[in-house]
Design a protein around this ligand. Structure first.
Ligand SMILES: [Zn+2]
Length: 172
């Protein structure tokens, strides 16, 4: 079974505090991918949802605070009833969350990762998947990085170091 992991497509990372043109451009693309995975597998949304003591806030300042609009998934990608939403407090969607349990309960052995940012939460979530033995695919054109250079570097890192397969949305 396959799962699409949609990383941090929330207001603060798409059109809010740390939003970018690149992230906004991916909304339609990820929407199409999600429709496909609902038929052939499952869709999991990961979203930053911070409490005031989270260590990450020391680096970035307040963002994606739990219960605020900034931590909500953008309207264009609103989850459907059958989708799963997992709140995370670190860069890695597996760390301190129930993601591994959810995937294993549904016999997921292969993940397709997309979203933002390629070089931060996508990268760390790919490591979480790698450490737990999932087969990893990164949907290159459905990820956006903090810069084009950082995006490319992270893609190459995941390919080389985690053995991730780098795919494009039109191949899926
Ligand atoms: Zn965060």
């Amino acid at each position: 079974m396959k799962a699409l992991l949609i990383v941090d497509m929330i207001h603060d990372f798409v059109d809010g505090r740390f939003g970018s043109e690149g992230a906004m451009k991916m909304v339609e693309k990820i929407k199409t991918l999600a429709e496909k995975f609902r038929k052939e597998g499952m869709v999991v949304y990961l979203k930053d949802s911070h409490a005031s003591q989270d260590p990450q806030l020391k680096v970035w300042g307040e963002h994606a605070m739990r219960g605020t609009l900034g931590s909500e998934i953008v309207e264009g990608l609103s989850p459907k009833e059958e989708d799963v939403v997992v709140e995370k407090s670190t860069y890695d969607g597996f760390l301190f969350t129930s993601l591994e349990k959810i995937l294993k309960e549904r016999d997921v052995d292969e993940v397709y990762i997309c979203g933002v940012a390629t070089d931060i939460c996508v990268l760390h979530t790919a490591f979480g998947a790698f450490a737990r033995g999932f087969k990893i695919n990164v949907v290159e054109d459905a990820c956006s990085g903090t810069s084009e250079e950082e995006h490319r570097r992270a893609i190459e890192y995941m390919r080389k170091i985690y053995g991730a397969k780098i795919v494009r949305s039109e191949e899926l």
